[in-house]
Design a binder for this molecule. Sequence first.
Ligand code: FAD
Length: 487
Amino acid sequence: MSYKVAIIGSGIAGIASAIRLARRGHQVEVFEAASQPGGKLNEITLGKYRFDAGPSLFTLPQLVDELFSLCGENPREHFHYSKLPINCQYFFSDGTELTAFADHKQLKQEIHQKTGESPEAVDQAIENSRQLYDTLSELFMFSSLQDIRTFFNKTAFKAYLRIPRLGFFQTMDGANKALFRDPRMVQLFNRYATYNGSSPYKTPATMNIIPHLEMSIGAYFPQGGMYAITKALVALAERQGVVFHYNTRVDKILIERKRIVGIRVGDNRLPYDRVVSNMDIVNSYKKLMPQIKAPSFLLKQPKSSSALIFYWGIKKQFKQLDVHNIFFSGDYKDEFEHLFEKGTISDDPTVYIHISSKCEASDAPTYGENWFTMINVPNNQGQNWDQLITEARVKILKKLSSQLGTPIEDFIECEDYLDPRLIESKTSSAQGALYGNSSNNLFAAFLRHANKSRRIKGLYFCGGSVHPGGGIPMSLSSAKIMADSFS
Ligand code: FAD
């Protein structure tokens, strides 16, 4: 049976959902409030510099390829990416500089040489992460938790048998401290908690699953930058007959007798058989269907951290920097206490710089580099952001100038910024959180909203704020889980 489907939002999950549903023969239209597709996965241009506006780390590229294959197309004819030889360039507060090579042998040598940490401990961390991925990914990343079969199959039983060894009852920091002697290695591996907007001092050690994605499967760079993912998938969706409406905010989801009947855009009631909301789940309930009783316990779960980003066109090239660079805080614990307990920014925040022009020369003029300079910040709770941003800019410039040995402000040719308020207003994400709910407690995986409404016939959800969680791979997975439950 072919349905008329409205998808609300063209974030990565909205686009992937559109492709999957169109491929099954449904008539799909995507309604996007912004003037261009992508949501958080977007781009901006400042003078001669192009920047990816949000995500910069691309993992599990096969989930993008899968969408082309599903449509009978060869992904390599439409979308190209390459594996990065260096995952990240690390700068520690004590002056140590460490290159995180993708090659494990090189990585272990570098770590041993720079920190004295034993290669066996690094091997063990990588192996633990692989085992966590092999045991838990199918269950928690790629399956519906609404489907009882998820919990009664060979993979699930294998996971149950390994529960005592999976780290549910220890924090990420606790597990890393037990493994590494060198505090710099603890800090490096603790950093992976930020990949889903959580704290290593709160998130369970099961989140040590994350390094496997980057360190073993690999960090990739899409040709054309991250926004090439959005562009390639929108083009694929259009080839499948999906129609996109930009500058078109959906105001209401129309429901009659517990069934979807359509959407309202301005004064127009548009009839649809099925609706998939890619809008943040909190705002889907609050703004699009306030008449429906919301599952408030799920929606009230603490949100992930947010980000403050300065997009800097830098009129100089820095040989010591790579595509991904981290300048660590001297007091990581204090930084996370500021983020998740005090709701503010520490005096010494960890600074991340993504420079896509290292791979994509056309993203900056020949004499310069495009610096996406980001710090983790608390989600929006009504803080005095203007003051926090002004102060943070000074702290970031001071830190970078000191560690790079040159006054960075002198090289800023053009500038823009993104803060939690703007993330919230531009993409409708509750509190400007990057990844929906945080994973700061043991049960977080079970406390995300499902991809199919149990109460409203014909209503579905996808994206980083619902199961299985935030980030590009998980958002793509949410679209698959949604489509597999579509009826
Ligand atoms: P979103 O991107 O949230 O988009 C939702 C879309 O819906 C928006 O376009 C919005 O305009 C539209 N919309 C909302 N309401 C309506 C309405 N009523 N009517 C019409 N349209 C509507 N992930 C990674 O994997 N790697 C990273 O390195 C990474 N870094 C990040 C850095 C930053 C600064 C940010 C912001 C995010 C980062 N993420 C990263 C997370 C990742 O970007 C998100 O998890 C993912 O893009 C979310 O996609 P989504 O499908 O949930 O939709």
